[in-house]
Design a binder for this molecule. Structure first.
Ligand code: FES
Length: 352
């Protein structure tokens, strides 16, 4: 493949033809701020935070995420001109953004907040009408506050391009542009499958995981890496733990599932601390369950299996396992039935 050679912030860089300036800069260890760019998604060029200065280009400051690197280019990613333009871009965003960082769920992980800090933007010099929207909290897992939306479109693209659902899209023009559902209904009335990928993509606080709301900021929780137990895919995720309680889930973009999760993996953790959860074996006597020790319960199971086997033979016994347990547990289960009970009558609820 043909390579192109360019200079970024004084560093010579060689990249395959077609590589964006953003990617070329990253390969050279130079960070360029982005709000609407995401590696897995198509390029939108919507936020303009990634603008750079290219020597010889007097017309504009191109968006590094959308501009391919060209042979001989000399790029400046952090010149005074670039910084001043980014500051204006941030002020334009902040002009239509509630500055409620103190109570915002995204405080501490909001990229808009981070860049405003870096560029010294604490308020906007642009005044005028502000967009007003009602918070959509009809979905049990996802809260949408469009007044905080910066229209980067990452939620729209991940819903269309990765999830293949297309529950949301842009509507309106100019000042009236917003991200919404078909016929502008609540998310609960849309085809949304509540995977929550839009929350993960949102660089600000426009989309919030409702089960985590008010339970701890991102920097307050301990992230415990684990494997989702809901199916055999084994997605990796990080449980957000605060005060010995799971309060949320964080994606792990470098995992084999590339950070993508389904509704169960992302939101189905409340059973862990449920008061209804069984914490000891139950034995049924005279139609009623009573708690028992593991020793007593296992002795009873062994006795019953032994009685059936002695009277009717091992093939009178069958075992049905589950996709909710690990491969190792399923292996042990079938081994027990084949080697100890003596039957091949073993099946699995997820077998096709
Ligand atoms: Fe390039 Fe938004 S990151 S335009």
């Amino acid at each position: 493949m043909k390579t192109v050679n360019l200079t970024i912030d004084g560093r010579p860089v060689s990249v395959p033809q077609g590589t964006s300036i953003l990617e070329a800069a990253r390969q050279a260890g130079i960070a360029i701020p982005t709000l609407c760019h995401e590696n897995d998604l198509s390029i939108a060029g919507a936020c303009r935070m990634c603008i750079v200065e290219v020597e010889g280009n007097k017309k504009n400051l191109p968006a590094a995420c959308a501009q391919p690197a060209m042979e001989g280019m000399v790029v400046h990613t952090n010149s005074p001109k670039v910084r001043e333009a980014r500051k204006v871009i941030l002020e334009l965003m902040v002009a239509n953004h509630p500055l409620d960082c103190l109570t915002c769920e995204a405080n501490g992980k909001c990229k808009l907040q981070q860049y405003c800090y870096e560029y010294g933007v604490k308020e906007s010099s642009f005044t005028g009408e502000k967009r007003r929207f009602t918070v959509d909290d009809g979905n049990p897992f996802i809260e949408r506050d469009l007044e905080k939306c910066i229209l980067c479109g990452k939620c729209v693209r991940v819903c269309h391009e990765v999830q293949g659902v297309g529950a949301i899209d842009y509507t309106g023009r100019g000042f009236d542009t917003k991200v919404t559902t078909f016929m502008d209904k609540g998310l609960a009335e849309s085809p949304c499958v509540s995977c929550g990928q839009c929350i993960y993509m949102c660089p600000v606080g426009a989309l919030t995981a409702k089960p985590s709301k008010g339970k701890g900021r991102d920097y307050e929780v301990e992230k415990v890496v684990t494997t989702c137990g809901y199916c055999g895919v084994g997605c990796q995720l990080a449980l957000n733990v605060k005060d010995d309680r799971i309060v949320g889930v964080t994606n792990l973009p470098d995992s084999h599932n590339q950070g993508y999760l389904c509704v169960k993996g992302r939101f189905g953790y409340d059973f862990v601390d449920s008061p209804d959860r069984l914490i000891s074996p139950l034995i049924k006597e005279n139609g009623e369950f009573r708690e028992a020790s593991w020793e007593e319960a296992l002795d009873l199971v062994a006795q019953k299996l032994g009685e059936v086997k002695a009277q009717y033979g091992p093939d009178a016994i069958a075992g049905l396992s589950s996709a909710r347990v690990t491969n190792e547990e399923n292996y042990l289960f079938q081994k027990f039935f084949r080697a100890v009970v003596g039957t091949n009558n073993v099946d699995h609820c997820a077998r096709l």
